[in-house]
Design a protein around this ligand. Structure first.
Ligand SMILES: *Cc1c(COP(=O)(O)O)cnc(C)c1O
Length: 406
């Protein structure tokens, strides 16, 4: 039976969420993972750690991020729709919340060398940023394909002082970068491996979810001020590895009156070979240290995911989300490339907010809910669209002329 831990997550001492999670790691990393776990529980609730974490979130990241009432979306969908503006954080997305938490922990542990993996480069940039802030060495593993298509983020990481290692194995994308980061950690167990989502062996999924939980803490507080109640009726978030969704859901997980909606990337469609909708098409297995849902063939080979959005292009999903979905606590929807693009141009034209392509999937999820006029809905805008301008420019004509006709 899964119990609720002191941070109110449904996880047991071994890191299991129901039958998902755990820590499936090579022997050589046992000590590193154990000492990480010990350090995390030892420091996280101390006033000193909390004080440093909260101060940096406020003064460096720029929190609290605004909760913006969207008149346009509210009218369009016939409900009260709020946007949680993680796009306004320093470095442009929610990922910085987690890297701040983990870099403080690494410092407490006396670590000076940081390893990280990155797909689109957003987590790499957030990690390189906090390493610059703390004066730590930073090595970021990135698939060679991603290095080529995410050049501005590669340059940002280098400018911040990080070494970017182009990974040439497999399909040369995020999964391969993660494999290489884990391999490199095995060779240098004294370095600190800074994972960017609610994935990996215990305690990472729990720890990352906690560092992101500031999102739902703020939502509750902001809604109380605006609407006289902490609980929205719906929280909607996109889901790659699951960190922004975990942060947006966190405080509401044990409040069944709040509906938790996770939106996966369907790519070209869940019934095509080009998708990243892990919960829709995946099966149970082990990936990157934890038991969860993943996209694999019958003989256990990982299937390469596809999405227009690099941040959602991961073949697994965090064990917390696999559990919440299996229990029926969360509802998992999916949005195609096309639906996400439509939602992105729509928000841009009518609210003046260019969302990240990932966040546009959450916005596209609104189409699939049956909302009532009094419903309060919070959509987590996980990041801003600057990094996606090449894709947006390439699709502009098609989508904005559609809209002009409408
Ligand atoms: C990385 C990223 C995501 C996906 O990661 P999660 O861990 O699922 O949150 C979503 N949105 C943005 C803007 C990202 O950079």
């Amino acid at each position: 039976m899964t119990t609720v831990n002191h941070h109110s997550l449904p996880v047991d001492d071994e890191g299991y969420y129901g039958r998902f999670g755990g820590a499936y790691i090579p022997e050589v990393l046992h000590h590193s993972v154990e000492s990480l776990k010990d350090a995390y529980y030892k420091y996280v609730d101390t006033p000193e750690f909390q004080n440093e974490f909260r101060s940096l979130l406020r003064d460096y990241v720029g929190r609290p991020s605004p909760l913006y009432f969207s008149p346009y979306l509210s009218k369009k969908y016939g409900a009260k729709i709020y946007l949680k503006r993680e796009d306004l954080n320093h470095t442009g997305a929610h990922k910085i919340n987690n890297t701040i938490g983990q870099i403080l922990l690494a410092r407490k542990m006396g670590k000076t060398r940081i390893l990280a993996e990155t797909g689109a480069g957003q987590h790499g940039v957030a990690t390189a940023t906090v390493c610059a802030l703390m004066g730590m060495e930073c090595k970021v593993f990135m698939g060679a394909t991603d290095v080529a298509r995410q050049q501005p983020n590669v340059e940002r990481m280098k400018m911040l002082g990080a070494e970017v290692v182009a990974v040439e194995s497999g399909n040369k994308t995020l999964k391969d970068a993660t494999n290489e980061a884990i391999r490199s950690w095995c060779c240098d167990p004294e370095s600190y491996y800074l994972i960017g989502s609610t994935v990996g062996p215990h305690p990472y999924p729990e720890m990352v979810a906690y560092f992101q939980s500031v999102i739902s803490e703020e939502i509750a507080f902001q809604l109380l001020q605006r609407e006289g109640r902490e609980n929205p009726d719906y929280v909607v978030a996109c889901i790659g590895g699951g960190s922004n969704a975990a942060g947006a859901f966190y405080k509401f997980i044990d409040r069944p009156e709040v509906k938790l909606i996770a939106v996966e990337a369907a790519g070209k469609g869940v019934d095509t070979d080009e998708t990243a909708a892990t919960m829709a098409v995946g099966t149970e297995g082990i990936i990157h240290g934890s038991r969860t849902m993943l996209m694999q063939t019958e003989d256990g080979q990982i299937v390469e995911p596809y999405s227009i959005s690099a941040g959602l292009d991961y073949p697994g999903v965090g064990p917390l989300h696999a559990f919440l979905a299996k229990e029926g606590r969360s509802q998992v929807l999916s949005a195609t490339d096309d639906e996400a693009l439509k939602a992105a141009y729509d928000l841009t034209r009518h609210e003046g907010i260019i969302p990240a392509l990932e966040s546009a999937h959450a916005l596209a999820g609104l189409e699939k809910l049956s909302l009532k006029p009094d419903d309060i809905v919070v959509v987590n805008i996980s990041g801003r669209g600057d990094k996606d301008m090449i894709t947006y420019i390439a699709n502009m004509k098609k989508y904005t002329s559609d809209e002009n006709q409408a």
